[in-house]
Design a binder for this molecule. Structure first.
Ligand code: ADP
Ligand code: ZN
Length: 725
């Protein structure tokens, strides 16, 4: 094989771009991807910081394809490794995961495939790497080492893994082999730590923006549980079948939330550390494979899964800090298609999280971080600005995709409201908590209140015109603006701050943001739950209908192949198909995310679905039309050309042409399929199909016959069977 790295950078980039299009189906690199690829091709040690969904994989996979030898990829989770290998194969890239349970012959096989260049990426767990490298290096040329989730090496990071700390020894075992480390989370300390521990030599460091513009950000405060659930109901109604996660503070909360959603007809399950591991695995697996729409989980959920089409994330409670929040919402929209996030928080959450922080070992730090989280939630400026500023990026423009940008909240003069509250706190000798304060202001006859005699103070009932929930929201603002504070060490009673005293005595006016109920944008008016649906709807635009049909097809194909649906095509690719309606191979290949291998594996199924959707809609008879890809194949076929020759002429794979032939025969064109399938093979295929009980999926039949009968024969026989029905 040609040693690509001897080429000029511009030629290298041409090669890289070519692979991006043919293998992954993408037209353009994202910012920094090209520079990173060049750095690796230049054999430099390289550190990459990019947010989740930013596109890190391409950065090391393309150089792995271009460089001579095999690239070792270190990744912490076996399940993730398997997914990545499967996804690579679906793109036509040879990859394998090294497994300690390999038999001698399996190992030899993998080694041989690495030597021949069939396998370009070999995944290894950090535990295995050190023991296996001395052996591998005898047998193979190692191009470079990619270390995924590199922050795991640092005890400063949030996901420290002791196995990672040994990784530096590969530098001695494999001197001169470049290392590329990739991570989605690394502050300055962790960053330095990664470089030092991996003994990187003069590393090139690439830090991409941590912005995730496709994620909408919404914060809602002061809702009762009942209101929250009904709002979530409305939110879900507008997103039929779209997968998402609801994060809750406690195990109990996840169970309650899942039960409530199930009661109103949504497919939801809970996930937390207290469940049997088999139950947890099932929930995770069902979610990954689009069999389960909603998971109500504690924050542990989501770490080990690489599901790119999570369309929304809801936080039912306030997270403990901005890092966690950003990581958790980051699990939505990894395919870069738009996704929504909603954060609910309440006075109760603040109290609870503060107690957790107080009881933690790094109390001061955790309290400070919680405070920043609270400021974010309370803020009246673009939320994305706050987040990105927190992560050290300078942002000038408002994002236009957060609730503050969409519904700027007007300010009101809140001096009088504040004075009512402050005066009541003062008259209760700063001995009452937030709920008692609101009860007093609203003139409640709560038993505890009466016992304490608070009905006799002057401010009793002065705020009865303001609803309880509104008082709660104002209270959050009071805390946030620093006129009141909670004395957590004294049973969470409220104290007046020096600033609060100034406001109370009229020396300082107080601006509050007006409380405006924000209702979720309705994507549809239809009430479609998985159980019921009949009425007319706004989701039923033709485009949406086709998208849903393509999703259904994707699910079916995924089940046949035993892989998660997103591995076939991303939601973004399906949306683009529904919009652009490709009806031939060329147009299909122009869809972002459709590479050559995917085209070969699945292109026709999707083209057929789109074609039949178009004919149904236009009412045109279902026949092969001029200019259509099938028509072109048919014309060449009728001219007497062989299948291989048609494939060459059309610059398509023979597999594609075979599937055209099958389709044409099914449509009633005069094609004798038996010409291509010997009787004996046809019988074997028929037997296999009935043994498996499946007459649509190719792969199970192919496997059942130990790969002895070619795919095209199976495909044609299945058409024969279909035509008999
Ligand atoms: P990360 O590992 O950084 O979380 P991935 O490598 O999984 O992200 O990439 C996220 C998504 O973006 C994937 O669906 C990937 O195929 C897609 N992607 C990567 N690079 C590009 C690109 N240049 N153009 C379009 N999509 C891309
Ligand atoms: Zn904004």
């Amino acid at each position: 094989m040609l040693e690509m790295t001897t080429l000029e950078p511009s030629a290298l980039l041409d090669n890289a771009r070519h692979l991006l299009k043919t293998v992954y189906g993408y037209d353009n690199f994202r910012p920094l991807q090209e520079d990173i690829i060049l750095s690796i091709l230049d054999s430099r040690d390289t550190l990459v910081l990019m947010p989740t969904g930013g596109g890190k994989s391409v950065c090391f996979q393309i150089p792995a394809l271009l460089k001579q030898g095999v690239c070792l990829v270190v990744s912490p989770l076996i399940a993730l490794m398997r997914d990545q290998v499967e996804a690579l194969k679906r793109n036509g890239i040879g990859a394998a995961a090294y497994n300690s349970s390999f038999s001698q012959s399996e190992l030899r096989d993998v080694i041989r495939q690495c030597q021949s260049g069939e396998i370009k990426l070999l995944y290894v767990s950090p535990e295995k790497l050190l023991s296996v490298v001395p052996f591998l290096k005898e047998q193979l040329t190692i191009s470079f080492i990619a270390i995924d989730e590199a922050h795991c090496i640092s005890s400063w990071g949030h996901d420290f893994r002791p196995e990672y700390t040994q990784l530096h020894t590969i530098r001695e075992v494999l001197p001169g082999i470049p290392v590329i480390a990739l991570t989605a989370t690394a502050d300055k300390t962790t960053r330095r730590d990664i470089c030092e521990q991996l003994k990187m030599k003069d590393p090139q460091i690439f830090i991409s923006s941590f912005d995730r513009p496709n994620l909408s950000l919404t914060v809602r405060s002061g809702l009762s549980l009942k209101e929250k659930v009904s709002e979530i109901d409305r939110f879900l109604t507008a997103r039929p079948n779209e997968p998402g996660i609801i994060y809750c503070l406690s195990r109990k909360n996840t169970e309650d939330m899942a039960a409530k959603l199930k009661a109103i007809g949504y497919p939801a399950a809970c996930y937390h550390a207290g469940l049997e591991s088999s139950t947890r695995n099932k929930v995770q697996d069902d979610f990954l494979n689009d069999r389960l729409q909603i998971v109500c989980a504690t924050v542990a959920f989501g770490m080990g899964i690489d599901k790119s089409n999570v369309r929304w994330v809801i936080h039912s409670n306030l997270p403990k800090n901005i890092e966690s929040y950003y990581q958790e919402i980051g699990r939505a929209g990894r395919d870069s298609y738009k996704a929504d996030t909603v954060l609910y928080y309440s006075y109760g959450d603040v109290v609870m999280q503060t107690q957790f922080a107080n009881d933690s070992s790094q109390k001061e730090l955790n309290l400070a971080k919680l405070h920043r989280m609270q400021q974010f939630a309370e803020a009246n400026i673009c939320r994305r600005k706050i987040l990105l500023t927190y992560f050290g990026e300078a942002v000038i423009q408002n994002c236009g995709n957060c609730d503050v940008c969409k519904n700027p909240r007007p300010m009101i003069d809140g001096t009088r409201l504040a004075q009512m509250a402050l005066s009541a706190v003062s008259r209760m000798n700063e001995e009452a908590g937030g709920n008692m304060l609101i009860n007093v202001l609203r003139g409640s006859s709560n038993q505890e209140l009466i016992q304490k005699g608070y009905q006799n103070i002057k401010t009793y009932g002065v705020g009865r015109d303001v609803p309880y929930a509104d008082w709660q929201q104002y209270m959050l603002q009071f805390l946030h603006l620093g006129i009141l504070e909670v004395a957590y060490d004294q049973g969470s009673v409220l104290k007046i701050t020096p600033l609060g005293k100034e406001v109370l005595f009229g020396k300082h006016p107080l601006q509050l943001s007006e409380l405006v109920p924000i209702s979720f944008e309705k994507k549809s008016t239809k009430k479609t739950k998985s159980t019921a649906s009949s009425d007319v709807s706004g989701t039923d635009t033709p485009e949406e209908k086709l998208f849903q049909a393509l999703r259904g097809l994707r699910l079916k194909l995924a089940q046949q192949d035993g892989i998660p649906p997103y591995m076939i095509f991303s939601d973004a690719s399906l949306r683009s198909m529904a919009e652009h309606l490709p009806t031939n191979d060329e147009d299909m290949l122009a869809i972002s995310g459709v590479g050559e291998k995917k085209m070969e594996l699945y292109g026709n199924d999707f083209l057929e679905a789109i074609q039949s959707f178009i004919t149904q809609r236009t009412g045109a008879p279902k026949k092969v039309q001029k200019g259509d890809t099938y028509k072109i194949t048919l014309d060449l076929y009728t001219q007497g050309m062989e299948i291989e020759a048609i494939a060459v002429q059309r610059e398509m794979s023979p597999t594609t042409i075979w599937s055209h032939i099958a389709y044409l025969a099914e449509q009633g064109e005069a094609i004798d399929l038996r010409k291509y399938v010997p009787r004996a093979d046809e019988q074997r295929i028929r037997d296999a199909a009935s043994a498996i009980g499946n007459t649509t999926a190719l792969k199970p039949i192919f496997d059942h016959l130990n790969g002895e009968v070619e795919y095209h024969k199976i495909r044609l026989t299945l058409s024969l069977i279909k035509m008999e029905i």
